[in-house]
Ligand binder design. Structure first.
Ligand code: B1M
Length: 212
């Protein structure tokens, strides 16, 4: 079943992905296993095929659509109900970058763990992050980047948040495939997370450092 979800994402077959996920959930399969072994693994293979010249942008795009369709089915199963709000998190993909699957997943997991999530979308400039942060302090500001060329936008955003005098009311968390702890330290981010579940634990630590 997991293999069929994986293959349907590779083929960009949204209907196959959603029905595969529904069947897997009905048969008691764990949502985390479906996500990691079926869906995220397939997106990694898509990236590999793109690098090898077997896939081009259109194939990446239809795979991404199938992934998003699957995520919308999986969302209620990733979110735990009845958790009281732990704090606010503003999230967005930085300027020039249109990749949003990972950012959306981080948002879903944060929501599922009691955060109020304000999603600014993709291609978000530093000034938009600053404006949203001003209106929502205290909060986590989560920056996502998937392109090496857009990573410097994280530095710009952190600099502008600092210039706006928001340092003591916010904590900045960064993530995305090319982002590392080393890079996060270099640009003065408060936290880095490798994936969506570690983003939740990191966000909890960061929000506690603001509340205390
Ligand atoms: Co693009 N793309 N893409 N792409 N794409 C990559 C990123 C690439 C690595 C592919 C490759 O060459 N192997 C490559 C980047 C190379 C580089 O910079 N070094 C690349 C390229 C080159 C491009 C274009 C330039 C291609 C072109 O046009 N010539 C172009 C750029 C467009 C732009 O942004 N301006 C482009 C376009 C696209 C599509 C639009 C077709 C599509 C995106 C659709 C969408 O997002 N709605 C797309 C896709 C799908 C990919 C790959 C195949 C998959 C990305 C993905 O969704 N992964 C990707 C290859 C790859 O990553 N293997 C690739 C699944 C997702 C769950 O993982 O996003 O890593 P990820 O998120 C993870 C973690 O990183 C982390 O948690 C998430 C969940 O575990 N995380 C955070 C993410 N954000 C976080 C924030 C946090 C914390 C953790 O705190 C705030």
């Amino acid at each position: 079943m997991i293999k069929s979800i994986y293959n349907n994402i590779l083929e960009g077959n949204s209907a196959g992905v959603t029905s595969g996920i529904e069947q897997a959930l009905e048969s008691g399969q764990d949502a985390g296993v479906i996500l990691n072994q079926g869906m995220i693994a397939a997106m990694e293979e898509v990236g590999q095929r793109y690098e090898n010249g077997e896939y081009f942008v259109p194939e990446m795009l239809i795979a991404a659509r199938a992934m998003q369709a699957g995520l919308s089915i999986l969302k209620p199963h990733l979110a735990d109900d009845g958790i009281k709000p732990v704090g606010k998190a503003i999230i967005g993909t930085v300027k020039g970058d249109l990749h949003d699957i990972g950012k959306n997943l981080v948002g879903m997991m944060l929501e599922g763990n009691g955060f109020e999530v304000i999603d600014l979308g993709v291609d978000v400039g530093p000034e938009q992050f600053v404006e949203a942060a001003r209106e929502n302090t205290p909060c986590i500001v989560g920056l996502s980047a998937l392109l090496t060329t857009t990573m410097p936008g994280m530095q710009n955003t952190i600099d502008q948040l600092g210039e706006a005098g928001l340092d003591s009311d916010i904590r900045v968390m960064v993530g995305g495939a090319p982002v590392t702890q080393k890079f996060a330290d270099e640009i003065g981010a408060d936290g880095y997370a490798l994936d969506a579940s570690s983003a939740v634990s990191k966000a909890k630590v960061l929000i506690n450092s603001l509340n205390n």
